[in-house]
Design a protein around this ligand. Structure first.
Ligand SMILES: *Cc1c(COP(=O)(O)O)cnc(C)c1O
Length: 384
């Protein structure tokens, strides 16, 4: 029977346990019944109850929850979002492989592709994801192994067309869906091969779990596991446990935080001190129709460009009472950051311009505070 995703957030990843709260398995190792049994455990694919780098029951439960939420056959967790990115790329690519990625992808992913991957002979072509057909045009048949997109993108919340990406044949298509969470969109429904999350953000949702996860077809994930078990970026059962707790409230958090984000975005948009505001569900967003057509929620991030530059941003954030200056997102507290000097620090002026990270740009991660209080806090700080 088809079920609303909000219900799946409550029912997913229960396994056959009768305890309503998931069991936390800190054990790194399990005892075998005999030498034959030990061989079985040591050689099994994603072997459970053997050694925690191979699999851990608490982590497995988190993976099952994500698989159900994404409508996937299976999921595979990692110690961080970057652990997921690095393991996936190195599992499927080798010397001479080619990757197509969007030019405004997460900073550490970009650095990984252009640094270590290039050093190992894995070449990356960067494309503008807002140009129709750009991903497909950059694919080199027989050489391109991965096409990697991120939607919405950070920090300007540009949208990549999921159906267009999903139609690409040949290479595996990957969508970093961290900003949307499984509540906001389901890339696999559009024919994407692998959806990837930094569960450190909205899925965990409480700033207390560092975790990454991919979901897709079981055979493909088994191939990734065969490499990642050696790479070793495995998820901690403590973090998986915290993220499972986060998943139970993901639907209500997402609904509330998205609603507040849109309220804040509209308030900012009508303020004279603000030059431009970016949120996928704002009518002024250049890809608003596309966002509405492929997303249930527009996300909890809002980007705003103030008139002026760093000094104006600095004066503004000093006056904020509720928003904390911090760079992550998806948690319960509202955060604000200045991307040019934090998440994107170290990029050249040209590179910053290419991804639209201007000196007047601020990024808000909207939390669970009352929307009216947040709007008051922001408008007071803008006025004084
Ligand atoms: C944070 C983030 C990552 C990296 O995740 P970590 O858990 O910090 O390693 C990857 N992609 C996006 C879009 C992110 O926001």
């Amino acid at each position: 029977m088809p079920q609303n995703p909000d219900t799946t957030a409550i029912t997913a990843g229960r396994g056959d346990q009768s305890s309503l709260s998931p069991a936390l398995w800190p054990s790194t190792v399990w005892e075998a019944e005999s030498l034959d049994d030990a061989t079985k455990r040591a050689t099994g694919l994603r072997s459970s109850e053997f050694y925690s780098r191979f699999a851990n029951p608490t982590v497995t439960q988190f993976e099952q929850a994500i698989a159900e939420l994404e409508g996937a056959e299976d999921a595979l967790a990692f110690g961080s979002g970057m652990g997921a990115v690095a393991s996936l790329v190195l599992a499927l690519c080798g010397q001479g492989s080619h990757i197509v990625a969007q030019n405004n992808i997460y900073g550490a992913t970009l650095s990984f592709l252009l640094g270590p991957c290039a050093r190992f002979g894995i070449e990356t072509t960067l494309v503008d994801p807002t140009i129709p057909g750009a991903f497909a045009a950059a694919v080199i048949p027989g050489r391109t192994m991965l096409v990697i997109a991120e939607t919405p993108s950070n920090p300007r919340l540009a949208i990549t067309n999921l159906a267009e990406l999903g139609a690409i044949k040949g290479p595996f298509t990957v969508v970093d869906s961290t900003l949307a969470t499984p509540m906001g969109q389901r890339p696999l429904d559009f024919g994407i091969d692998i959806v990837l999350h930094s569960a450190t953000k909205g899925i965990g949702g409480h700033n207390d779990a560092l975790l990454g996860v991919i979901a897709g077809e079981q055979d493909l994930l088994n191939d990734v596991w065969s490499y990642s078990v050696m790479h070793g970026a495995c998820a901690s059962p403590y973090d998986a446990h915290n993220a499972l707790r986060g998943i139970r409230t993901l639907a209500v958090r997402t609904e509330r935080q998205n609603k507040t984000a849109l309220t804040l975005a509209r308030a900012l948009e009508s303020h004279p001190s603000v030059k431009a505001v970016f949120h996928p569900f704002l009518e002024s967003h250049p890809q608003h129709d596309l966002a509405r057509s492929q997303m249930r929620y527009g996300g909890t991030l809002v980007a705003a460009e103030l008139h002026g530059g760093f000094n104006e941003c600095n004066e503004f954030v000093k006056k904020l009472q509720l928003a904390h200056i911090a760079t992550s997102f998806g948690g319960t507290e509202t955060l604000v950051c200045h991307p040019a000097t934090s998440t994107h620090a170290g990029l050249s002026t040209d590179a910053l311009n290419a991804v639209g990270v201007t000196p007047g740009l601020l990024r808000f991660s909207v939390g669970l505070e009352d929307a009216g209080d947040l709007v008051n806090d922001v408008t007071n700080a803008l006025q004084n």
